[in-house]
Design a protein around this ligand. Structure first.
Ligand code: MN
Length: 304
């Protein structure tokens, strides 16, 4: 089936959110944080509203409610299957969603665009387009997408903040909610052609006791390069070898899993954050001699 394109006009300020995955509480907090003004602001929701996260029904209801406000536009994502808990009204609403928003200077899509010509694009190629920014495509207008958590575009230092790729004119906004342990919901804001963002997550605050300097940052294991060998099993952490690079890293045991006879890993890095004593960061996971933390969207280790 061909992708359905909806032509829209942006207002002075556009707030763009993608891959909420059942995190209605983060959506509400984020809209407050960016001081979203219904009607005056354009609000774009780029798909993957429910599934994977905790509050699928509530999130769908909230997004449907928002969609009644002028200048709110919603796209269908690849996780938007029609599920048995959905009412007839919800199903019909979902089936009526477009796959691409064409705003002239900007194009918005859940997964990505196989080409710049928006006519006759395959619907699924737009909704589920993995690693879209790594396909070498260059566009003449900005293409804003979700679906592929931005952390998967970080091959050295994991970061959950939106990525603006000036050369390819591609913007990635999926903060990895419900996918990455340190994931966040991003609001990418376009105001008179200038970009900014805000984010919300569920991680608790953590006060750093000891200062440390930045170190490591040679590898962030991403989804497409997730295969590893376990060299040494520990109680909390294990020594692993990343197959694609041969690099050895220390990984939390709960970030390792076996599938189809192959060991795999997510959310593992050798990056140590630069921090000052007394500084507040976000706690991702605590271990006896170190913590995994997030600071300004960047994930790394802090020694205790
Ligand atoms: Mn998706």
């Amino acid at each position: 089936m061909n992708a359905v394109v909806k032509r829209i006009a942006l207002t002075k300020r556009t707030v763009c959110v993608s891959d909420i995955h059942g995190h209605v509480h983060l959506l509400n907090r984020l809209l407050d944080k960016v001081m979203y003004t219904p009607g005056a602001d354009t609000l774009l929701i780029l798909g993957d509203i429910y599934t994977k996260g905790p509050y699928s029904i509530e999130t769908l209801q909230r997004v449907m409610q928002l969609s009644c406000i002028p200048n709110v536009h919603v796209l269908r994502g690849n996780c938007e299957d029609l599920l048995n808990w959905m009412s007839a009204e919800e199903t019909a609403w979902m089936e009526g969603l477009p796959h691409i928003l064409d705003a002239g200077e900007y194009v918005f899509v859940h997964g990505g665009l196989p080409s710049e010509n928006l006519e006759h694009l395959d619907m699924w190629a737009c909704m589920k387009n993995n690693a879209f920014m790594e396909q070498g495509l260059v566009f003449s207008r900005w293409v804003v997408h979700g679906h592929w958590p931005v952390k998967n575009y970080c091959h050295r230092i994991p970061c959950h903040n939106p990525i603006v790729n000036e050369r390819q004119r591609i913007i990635a906004v999926d903060g990895g909610c419900a996918i990455n342990r340190a994931g966040q919901l991003n609001a990418f804001v376009i105001r008179d052609g200038a970009f900014s963002f805000d984010s919300e997550d569920d991680l608790p605050a953590y006060r750093v006791e000891k200062a440390q300097e930045e170190s490591g940052g040679t590898l962030n294991i991403t989804w497409n390069d997730r295969f590893i060998d376990i060299l040494e099993r520990g109680d909390e952490l294990s020594l692993i070898r990343h197959k694609a690079t041969g690099l050895k890293l220390t990984a939390p045991n709960n970030a390792l899993w076996e599938a189809d006879g192959q060991w795999q890993s997510g959310d593992v890095t050798d990056y140590y954050l630069p921090v000052a004593a007394g500084e507040t960061v976000k706690l991702v996971q605590a271990f006896s001699d170190r913590i995994l933390a997030k600071k300004d969207g960047i994930v790394g280790w802090i020694n205790l």
